[in-house]
Design a protein around this ligand. Structure first.
Ligand code: GLA
Length: 743
């Protein structure tokens, strides 16, 4: 049992008019605040684990308003701007009381602050620290204890002062089929914002995550780094201040994007601003990533430590062309390759309007008789009789005009009643208005009906292919329209909670035109997320690598597409495609029957091998060795190491061949220096001809200090192509090695 211990601290010290330090620590980090009753709350320190006395003696104690409000020092950044019922918008927060709650894995300090002029306004700023991961969480709750409504105009979750004037920022930017590009730059002087405004497809352009190198560099294995991510399924807003007006060298604030989001809070009501997760590392960004992954798998991601299945998804193979024959063939053919699940993607539904393309039918979640005259029961049974599980695609928050649902409920969509809406995909798609409780029931029912009719559906792909245009609710009264962005997000969370209460075990993948919803907020409800629709495996290396800065491999779905990517027109051999997808949760997305015999034989071996190395890939610690974003960029290498450090899986990719690459040395990381490891090539291209390093035994120390040169990756390829026609010249070569400690 998780026995909670709440202590109302404060008190003896209060009254003596001496500010008291409040310290929370994780295994390797410490956060310090100081509070005095009736005075401002101060943020003092976030960094390597330390005693307050050392921090003070070393001159590293900051003294910055921990939750600055508009109204006092109005030239400085503020986290809070509240318009009172009488129109006054100045606030002065002072400490009322402090609480400490010790839970199983985390301790939380809550500072209750009230406004001097309008005591009806109270905020509770929470700081939590984990004892099993180097992660802290910060968020703020707003209470309107008066009778009349107030309007929250800015209500940031977290404020983090940073004692450095030389920060390097890394963020992720991109778009569909080109998600999660790493962008690194010195934090510019002035104010720099990362804001998302796409609401429903929240990570479409920017991810609500960042890393900051604090001493002028952002390196993998050294230097102080802070990483942060916001747990919120809606619009987010990060502010970085590198300006004297911040009165510390760098100031960070993060939370809900206040743009067009003035939030009316009725008397007696509260709003909990979402949590921000931070990690601090003294040893570079590699550690920061591993801390976030560890925390995500243990504490945030649904079934974060459970094994994920290898699946075939029908989308890239047949698109909307769903038929019983095509589904039956794919199921059988994938089972023959060793697959574990078959997923029917878009195109299976719609009665009056069968779904033949992206222009109709969303909302009509009945099987299209013209496409599957016998329904999906035979497909589920076929999957089972082939030893596989079954999954299906839905996009339940959406509707097309035309659809039967839209004909019945035109008032259920987000749009302004007085002008034509902006349509999404197919120029007919609209978003359902989740603030309307009837719509919440509908979305719940989409899942409930499906799982009631077919309780043996194991997996759902939950898609969302539209950013929130027409942000106007036909349900909310006009005076509450600016609550929409927040209320939509809270309503979505409510529906997801209801689904999870009834269906805790069904595996649900989150997709938004690819990785357009990658955010920690979805993790408690979705076991995995679709990383990208990009089918070019080289391009996917960049996308997956970017995503893995913040998101662990077991929640990132990665599928092997066909050799030719229609998105980039590159032709890529099957081994490289499998090796890239094996970095994460492996799947396939093609018509397996179109593989030639040599490719089929290879796919079979690669799938069988993935099953062997899967525990290390899905649960191991990630070590990045050669980045596709840095240096010459022809190479990429990374590895996973299990907790005991007696198993590791190493990946190396030669994307582009240049003559005489022979000096490419890759130094490994994360191994036990005192252990000896036997090396085995996983799924070599030709089973009987593994790489020359296969079978060798090398010490962990040597592998890490001096590294390896893999001749097969640095030399040109001279043999005849064994896997049929597909060859990208000398480009796109790769290797996976399994390392096992010899005990
Ligand atoms: C989106 C998804 C794809 C696929 C299609 C189906 O584009 O990202 O993976 O599911 O929808 O229409």
């Amino acid at each position: 049992m998780n026995r909670l211990l709440t202590t109302i601290l404060l008190l003896a010290t209060f009254g003596t008019a001496v500010a008291k330090d409040y310290t929370l620590s994780t295994p390797n980090t410490t956060i310090i605040l100081s509070a005095e009753q009736g005075k401002q709350l101060y943020f003092r320190y976030y960094g390597a684990k330390a005693e307050a006395a050392d921090v003070r003696a070393a001159g590293r104690m900051m003294k910055y308003d921990a939750y600055p409000a508009f109204g006092t020092r109005c030239d400085a950044p503020y986290a809070s701007l509240v318009k009172q019922h009488d129109g006054d918008n100045a606030t002065k927060f002072v400490v009322e009381k402090v609480e400490k709650v010790d839970g199983n894995h985390l301790s939380t300090l809550s500072f209750w602050l009230s406004d001097v002029a309008h005591p009806n306004l109270v905020v509770k700023v929470n700081y939590s620290a984990y004892n099993d991961c180097d992660v802290v969480k910060i968020n703020t709750e707003y209470f309107n204890n008066g009778k009349k409504p107030i309007v929250l105009q800015k209500y940031m979750s977290a404020v983090l002062p940073i004692q450095s004037d030389n920060c390097v920022l890394m963020q992720l930017e991109g778009n569909t089929k080109n998600e999660n590009n790493e962008v690194v730059m010195p934090l510019p002087v002035g104010q720099y914002n990362i804001s998302t405004t796409t609401a429903s497809r929240i990570a479409q352009y920017f991810n609500a995550s960042f890393m900051l190198g604090l001493d002028g560099r952002l390196e993998e294995q050294s230097g102080p780094v802070i990483a942060g991510t916001l747990i919120w399924m809606g619009n987010s807003h990060f502010e970085f201040y590198n300006t004297p007006v911040a009165r510390v060298q760098t100031l960070f604030m993060g939370g809900i994007n206040p743009a067009a989001s003035d939030y009316t809070l009725a008397g007696g009501k509260s709003l909990t601003a979402p949590e921000m997760v931070f990690t601090y590392s003294s040893n570079g960004k590699g550690d920061a990533t591993r801390s976030l992954h560890r925390w995500a798998r243990k504490h945030q991601l649904l079934d974060g430590t459970k094994q994920r299945e290898i699946l075939l998804n029908s989308w890239e193979g047949v698109h909307f062309d769903i038929s019983e024959t095509s589904m039956v063939d794919m199921t059988r053919d994938f089972a023959a390759l060793g697959g574990e699940m078959f997923v029917v993607d878009d195109g299976w539904f719609g009665d009056k309007y069968p779904r033949n393309n992206g222009t109709t039918s969303l909302g009509d979640w009945m099987i299209a008789p013209s496409k599957l005259p016998n329904g999906i029961r035979p497909l589920i049974d076929l999957a089972h009789s082939n030893g596989m599980k079954f999954g299906i695609w839905i996009e339940p928050e959406m509707v097309n005009n035309p659809s039967e649902l839209y004909e019945k409920h035109p008032d259920w969509v987000l749009r302004h009643p007085d002008f034509e809406p902006t349509y999404g995909r197919g120029k007919t798609q609209l978003i359902l208005d989740l603030t309307n409780p009837k719509v919440q029931d509908h979305v719940f029912k989409v899942v409930d009906d499906l799982l009631t009719a077919y309780p043996d559906i194991y997996y759902i792909k939950w898609d969302n292919n539209m950013s929130m245009h027409n942000a106007h609710s036909q349900y909310l009264p006009n005076e509450l329209q600016s609550n929409l962005y927040v209320d939509y997000t809270l309503a979505l969370e409510k529906v997801l909670k209801r689904i999870r209460a009834k269906y805790p075990n069904v595996v649900i993948q989150l997709c938004a035109s690819g990785g357009g919803r990658l955010n920690y907020g979805f993790m408690p409800y979705f076991q995995e997320m679709w990383t990208s629709d990009q089918t070019d495996a080289y391009h996917r290396v960049l996308i997956q690598w970017g995503a893995m800065n913040f998101y662990p491999s077991n929640m990132l779905a990665a599928h092997v597409g066909s050799a030719y990517s229609k998105y980039t027109q590159r032709l890529i051999p099957i081994k490289y495609r499998f090796d890239v997808a094996s970095m994460c949760r492996l799947g396939m997305e093609m018509v397996p029957a179109k593989l030639n015999e040599a490719e089929k034989e290879y796919a079979k071996r690669a799938i069988a091998e993935y099953k062997v190395i899967r525990p290390v890939i899905q649960q191991g610690e990630l070590y990045r060795l050669v980045s596709p974003y840095e240096g010459k960029r022809d190479f990429t290498s990374l590895m996973y190491v299990n907790e005991a450090k007696d198993k590791a899986v190493f990946f190396a990719f030669r994307h582009f061949f240049k003559h005489d690459m022979s000096n490419i040395i890759i130094r490994l990381q994360g191994l036990n220096p005192d252990a000896k490891y036997r090396i085995r090539e996983v799924a070599p291209e030709v089973a009987s001809k593994p790489a020359t390093i296969n079978g060798k035994v090398i010490s962990g120390r040597y592998l890490m200090e001096e590294g390896v040169v893999i001749p097969e990756l640095v030399k040109g390829y001279t043999k005849n192509a064994p896997l049929g026609e597909v060859r990208a010249g000398n480009d796109c070569r790769s290797i996976i090695l399994e390392l096992t400690e010899i005990k």
